[in-house]
Ligand binder design. Structure first.
Ligand code: PBG
Length: 325
């Protein structure tokens, strides 16, 4: 009988050894909490498709931001839900619009204790739910949208945002936002580009969260799940246009893309664990089908292992709390 010479199991014998040899770990500073804030809301409103996630009032947003700072999170990504929407998404560029107010509130609350970011896109603000303005034929007009994005970037910068996250997948959006920021003297406002963003079914619960009016889909501007190479091209373009951080989204179904981007490019790589990824784990756990905490931890570690150094996750507060204790 011959016995194995090599025994990888030796490094798995107990929690102390496993902890010592673990290559990847989570840290609160690598996590960004996405948060929804709704205009004219009087009480935080729970989202049925995302148990544990709320639409916030301005006041509850402040508290959440303070909590995020106390837990040492890396950042907070703000999404605004206006009371009235229109064809061009006017609320996005109104200094008194909900997102710009939220940015001011959060900056006042946390100062520079964490990175205050805002989703730079029109879909929460348009009555048709698309990420840009439409041509008379109803197609998203790329270059007219860039003008709106540039104005929105400046409005967010004036409100005090540290970092903007252009997420609409218009061609040239990073360059347009960078140029507008620079022209207004906002050279130090950085851009976290949603560089590789796929037309995903897993955004479903997010549509409830932002009360999206979208009919149809975003397949003419978001990427086709059948394509991987397209993501590398998008990332290269965004970096050339001035992106400081590039993001892959969603995370779970696109970990191969995260890995390829992290291997190839020399900028920080973020991944967004999106609404559907959150809801699936919560739903399975609520049914008793999986161990909730272990599944959350494992899902986040897989994103780190794929190569993302920054993760947007709706569990950021909970995970940061657990890491501290
Ligand atoms: C666009 C945007 C979306 C998400 C973040 N930014 C929706 C979309 O592209 O359809 C989705 C995030 C999630 O599902 O958690 N403003």
């Amino acid at each position: 009988m011959s016995f194995p010479q090599h025994r990888p199991r030796r490094l798995r014998v107990n929690p102390a050894v496993r902890r010592l040899v673990g290559e990847f770990r989570l840290h609160p500073a690598d996590l960004i909490l996405p948060v929804f804030v709704k205009e004219d809301l009087t009480e935080p409103r729970p989202l049925s498709s995302m148990p544990g996630v709320y639409q916030h009032t301005r006041e509850s947003l402040r508290k959440t931001a303070a909590e995020a700072a106390a837990l040492g999170l890396g950042g907070i990504m703000l999404f605004g839900i206006p009371t009235t929407k229109d064809a061009v998404g006017s609320g996005a560029t109104d200094p008194e619009g909900i997102l710009n107010q939220a940015v001011r509130d959060v900056r006042q609350e946390v100062g520079d204790a964490l990175v205050v970011m805002a989703d730079l896109c029109l879909d929460e603000f348009t009555d048709h739910g698309h990420c840009g303005v439409l041509t008379p034929e109803g197609v998203v007009d790329n270059d007219a949208t860039l003008v709106r994005y540039a104005d929105m970037g400046v409005a967010l910068a004036e409100a005090g945002v540290h970092m903007v996250g252009p997420s609409g997948m218009m061609d040239g959006q990073v360059a347009a936002v960078r140029k507008a920021l620079d022209e207004k003297g906002f050279q130090d406002i950085s851009i976290l580009a949603y560089a590789a963003k796929y037309a995903s079914a897993f955004y479903g619960p997010f549509r409830e969260a932002v009360e999206s009016e979208l009919q149809g889909d975003r397949r003419t501007y978001q990427q086709d799940p059948a394509n991987g190479q397209d993501a590398l091209r998008e990332v290269a373009l965004d970096i050339a246009e001035g992106a400081d951080i590039v993001m892959v989204k969603p995370a779970m179904s696109y970990l191969d893309v995260v890995a390829r981007v992290a291997d190839r490019f020399e900028v920080p790589v973020a991944a967004y664990q999106i609404s559907g990824e959150y809801s699936m784990i919560e739903a399975a756990a609520a049914n008793g089908w999986i161990d909730r905490e272990r599944a959350i931890h494992e899902s986040l570690l897989s994103i780190r292992r794929a190569g993302a150094s920054i993760i947007l996750t709706y569990w950021a507060l909970e995970v940061a709390g657990a890491l501290r204790s």
